[in-house]
Design a binder for this molecule. Structure first.
Ligand SMILES: [Fe+2]
Ligand SMILES: [Fe+2]
Length: 326
């Protein structure tokens, strides 16, 4: 245990190495134990391939417009993985030793995430409902445009962000799975369920990282948590656009669709925050100075405030014709 007074962020991150190694084996799966996109999609080496595609397309035909739009948005978000991996590498104080636990974590996390875009992309291609060129252009845009998460390369802020964001993706992929099932596409439901399960493990790991930082440096961690919540957590694809559309404009329509069909709503945002407050035992946290106490007060009061705002908000009804949907 290092004491808060002595700890710099870099020292805390270094001190966490054994913990990260431990969590890695707990929350990430080996390649041998992992599902692959090929397990969930038609196998082109088999004679039954064309029949399987026919079935897939028939199921996909009945999926609602909003669900297809959300699926494309989710896929583009996953496909921008190079942005997330390179962002993780820029966090201040992460030891760059390629054989150290932090760099191993980055690679193994990325390796798991890489399957998500592959699986979703291949499904959408085979579904016959997507203008793939438009979707691919949006992906290229998003990677080129990058993002601004307002974490300032700070490890504390960054891991608040990833704790929140992996939980959000777990929720949204899980909801898409439920809706796909309701609309008759069990295979797609299974695929999204697999992705959601990965996201749940990632969320647990990042929450554990932050929990560990709270042990070593509660005041600074509390201030970082407050700061991220004041700025609001933006989704990583907030710059999403289509060809001929302004930066970030398509993202707004994508989140409208997600809100409309209940894939991800402002109530979910508040629920995630509630979950983080409980997970990190914010209410009973000790070792805070005056500024830390004020930060705690702000964060503790925030869910109720957000709920009041969400209650006043109506589900967006504006229809939008995405270039992605054929
Ligand atoms: Fe993912
Ligand atoms: Fe993720």
């Amino acid at each position: 245990m290092i004491t808060a007074a002595l700890a710099s962020r870099g020292e805390v991150i270094k001190w966490m190495e054994d913990f990260v190694a431990e969590k890695m084996s707990e929350f990430l799966k080996s390649v041998e134990d992992s599902w692959q996109p090929a397990d969930l999609l038609p196998d082109a080496t088999l004679d039954s391939f064309f029949d399987e595609i026919k079935d897939l397309r028939e199921r996909a035909r009945d999926l609602s417009y909003d669900l297809m739009a959300v699926l494309v948005g989710d896929t583009i978000t996953e496909e921008a993985l190079p942005t997330y991996e390179s962002w993780l590498m820029t966090i201040d104080g992460l030891p760059q030793d390629p054989n150290g636990p932090w760099m191993k974590w980055n690679r193994a996390w990325t390796a798991e995430e890489n399957r998500h875009g592959d699986a979703l992309n291949r499904y959408l291609y085979l579904s016959g409902r997507i203008n793939m060129r438009e979707m691919e252009a949006s992906t290229q845009y998003l990677i080129a445009d990058g993002f601004d998460l307002q974490t300032d390369s700070d490890p504390y802020r960054s891991f608040v962000y990833t704790s929140f964001q992996e939980t959000a993706t777990n929720i949204s992929h899980r909801r898409v799975a439920q809706i796909a099932k309701k609309q008759g596409d069990n295979q797609l439901a299974k695929l999204c369920g697999h992705v959601a399960a990965d996201e749940a493990r990632h969320a647990k790991a990042y929450k554990a990282f932050v929990g560990k930082i709270f042990e070593a440096d509660p005041n600074e961690m509390m201030l970082a948590f407050e700061d991220m919540m004041r700025k609001k957590i933006v989704m990583p694809a907030h710059y999403m656009r289509e060809l001929g559309v302004d930066l970030g404009k398509t993202f707004g329509h994508f989140t409208d669709a997600a809100q409309r069909i209940g894939v991800y709503t402002s109530a979910d945002y508040t629920d995630i925050l509630d979950g983080l407050i409980a997970e990190w035992k914010i209410e009973t946290l000790t070792g805070l100075n005056e500024a830390g106490e004020r930060a705690r007060d702000y964060v503790m009061a925030l869910p109720a405030r957000l709920k009041r705002v969400a209650d006043r908000m109506k589900a967006p009804s504006l229809e939008y014709k995405f270039r992605w949907i054929a």
